[in-house]
Design a binder for this molecule. Structure first.
Ligand code: PEP
Ligand code: MG
Length: 604
């Protein structure tokens, strides 16, 4: 039976796109495996041969270089490596894997390296093991060349593409310059994974959870991506394209209509304010929205500034970046979150030990406090930049009061040191904690006494509260921001922060849904921080909802005992707002809200 041409996945970032697909076969950490069609087997073997030739040339070049610098003897290893690469038995084995298993060259080489590794782990003695490791080294070079070849081909092009990958990682989301990525579609990845967070923040439509996606695509195949409804249509026909273009036009009209309200403050008709700030990852993000229409930056994820480099950025480099962001904010507050690496956010030049539970491991503030020099350099850079705007410091992954006290000690010390060195530093720099680890809820009053503000990182808080990994598709149904435990935790935070007279906001992705944002306002939060392309949507919803109604939404959500009940409350909010809508250009909201009919399945 013909396979359906429309695949249904999980909508991760809204928007529509139509274009040729580019399959990202590789990310730096993942060696891709795919099935090679019969007619392409010979081409795959030729790809392997080409990569072996290139690696041989590269080894010859390195041999010459090392011979010139430190003598022939030291350079001999490269000659051994060249012989290993051209060993006939090994080459025949690799060709056999490609032919018999119909796998791509990268997968065949990876299997070979794995075999070397297994042999190696059985061997006794360091020198024998080192020798065995040498066997796989030239093959790693071949693997690198196989994987980079395709990357270079696409990177040297200019057209826009829909990226397709097995997994939605931060590396996939940053694979090309963002204006060349029309959409992203992947087999796995959760709505709250960092790759998804990036796609949303870049405003790139994204659909995940499309099983067997890569096997069903061909490089360059035309596809339609519907990031509102989580649909991917393969090889659309003219009629589908026409429908798509009509929807796109409606969507653009809606964005335009929303933009007309964007300059107005984010307050309810009776004057209750909800601060609406942006989550950003780089200075470039500031070009994607009008900062004068925001209340500032509520979350600068600084780790992405680190991820774009080959080594730790120096104090001066960081200083210049932070200064630039502060200046661009023109006096609006900017919350700089200190480095939050670990888990899926890895720096190529900072090796975190392999952990069996990385989400519960060495990440965020834990790394910064164990390597205080990292934190010191970052704080020095930030404090030096503080005179150029309204800086706030936000600490990720706080799990105890003592951690915050330790940061205060380092902070005061850095400030003193800068003062002694003659630097000017702004007098009042608020320090806040991200509430992401459930332990903070049970020491909340003590914690609030130590900070100037709190920001709830619901992406992590939900995963830790519900013991459901934010990146694991097998527990995606359990990772549920509508869970009454999450709603209750949010209610507690809003109440406690208010009682302590400290500002509170939510910067996790759930705040980007306007019905949820209204609930948060009703609970007593002072602000939400969201992907820049959602700012207008939220402000518009706030401007149409009286404050007593937001309190009623919060009360209703807090009274529910099931996720379904909470979702129903929020859906009613959307329907109510939709019904109040008079401007037909703004009615596209209904589709985003999931009221649209499921499209009928199109078959080949
Ligand atoms: C969060 O956990 O909600 C958050 C905003 O931080 P990140 O998504 O970067 O972990
Ligand atoms: Mg987090």
């Amino acid at each position: 039976m013909a396979q359906p041409r429309t695949m249904k996945g999980t909508a991760v970032a809204p928007g529509l796109a139509l274009g040729p697909v580019h399959i990202v076969r590789a990310t730096p950490h993942v060696v891709p495996t795919w099935t090679v069609p019969d007619e392409e087997i010979e081409r795959e073997i030729a790809r392997l041969a080409e990569a072996v030739d290139l690696a041989t040339d590269e080894l010859r070049r390195r041999q010459r270089l090392v011979a010139a610098q430190s003598g022939e003897k030291d350079a001999e290893i490269f000659s051994v490596h060249r012989h290993l690469l051209n060993d006939r038995t090994t080459l025949r084995k690799l060709e056999g894997s490609i032919r018999d298993q119909r796998v791509n060259a990268e997968a065949a080489v990876q299997q070979l390296i794995e075999r070397f590794r297994r042999t190696l782990s059985d061997l006794e003695g360091d020198s024998v093991r080192d020798y065995a490791a040498d066997f796989s080294d030239p093959w790693r070079l071949v693997l690198d060349l196989l994987m980079s070849h395709e990357r270079e081909t696409i990177a040297s092009g200019t057209g826009q593409v829909v990226l397709a990958a097995a997994e939605l990682t931060p590396q996939v989301a940053t694979y090309l310059e963002r204006d060349r990525i029309q959409a992203i579609v992947t087999e796995t990845g959760g709505r709250f994974s960092h790759g998804a967070v990036l796609a949303r923040s870049f405003g790139i439509p994204c659909v995940v959870g499309l099983p067997n996606l890569i096997a069903r695509l061909e490089q360059g195949m035309r596809v339609c991506v519907d990031g509102d409804r989580g649909l991917l249509q393969l090889r659309p026909e003219q009629e589908d394209v026409d429908q798509f273009l009509a929807r796109l036009a409606r969507r653009q009209a809606r964005q335009k209509a929303l933009a007309l309200h964007a300059a107005l403050p984010s307050e309810t008709p009776d004057g209750k304010r909800l601060l609406v700030t942006a989550n950003i990852e780089s200075v470039r993000d500031l070009d994607t929205f009008d900062v004068t229409h925001s209340d500032g930056v509520g979350l600068l994820r600084t780790e992405f500034l680190y991820m774009e480099r080959n080594q730790f950025p120096s104090e001066d480099e960081q200083y210049r970046l932070y200064r630039q962001v502060l200046r661009r904010m023109e006096g609006r507050p900017m919350a700089l979150r200190t480095l939050d690496i670990g888990n899926d956010k890895q720096l190529p030049y900072f090796k975190v030990p392999k952990e069996s539970n990385p989400a519960l491991g060495w990440r965020g503030l834990r790394i910064s406090l164990q390597w205080p020099d990292l934190l010191r350099v970052q704080l020095r850079a930030a404090l030096r930049a503080s005179t150029h705007g309204q800086l706030r410091i936000l600490l990720p992954m706080v799990s105890s009061v003592e951690e915050v006290q330790e940061v205060h000690r380092i902070f005061d010390d850095v400030r003193r040191q800068l003062h002694d060195q003659g630097y000017e530093v702004a007098p009042n720099i608020p320090v806040g904690a991200m509430l992401e680890v459930p332990s903070t809820l049970f020491v909340l009053d003590h914690l609030l006494a130590q900070v100037d503000f709190v920001s709830v990182g619901t992406n992590d808080l939900v995963q830790y509260l519900l013991a459901a990994d934010r990146d694991n598709p097998w527990v995606a149904r359990l990772y549920d921001p509508s869970h009454p435990a999450v709603i209750s935790a949010l209610g507690l935070i809003a109440r406690s922060a208010r009682a302590a007279g400290k500002q509170s906001s939510v910067c996790g992705e759930m705040a980007g849904d306007y019905a949820t944002a209204l609930m948060l306002l009703g609970m007593g939060f002072d602000g939400v921080s969201v992907a820049p392309n959602l700012l207008n949507e939220i402000k518009y919803a706030v401007r149409r909802t009286p404050s007593d109604e937001t309190q009623e939404i919060a009360r209703a959500a807090l009274a529910e005992s099931s996720s379904e009940g909470v979702r129903r409350v929020l859906q009613e909010v959307r329907e109510r707002l939709h019904a109040r809508q008079v401007d037909h250009n703004l009615q596209e909201a209904a589709i985003q809200d999931g009221e649209a009919d499921e499209p009928s399945e199109i078959r080949e």
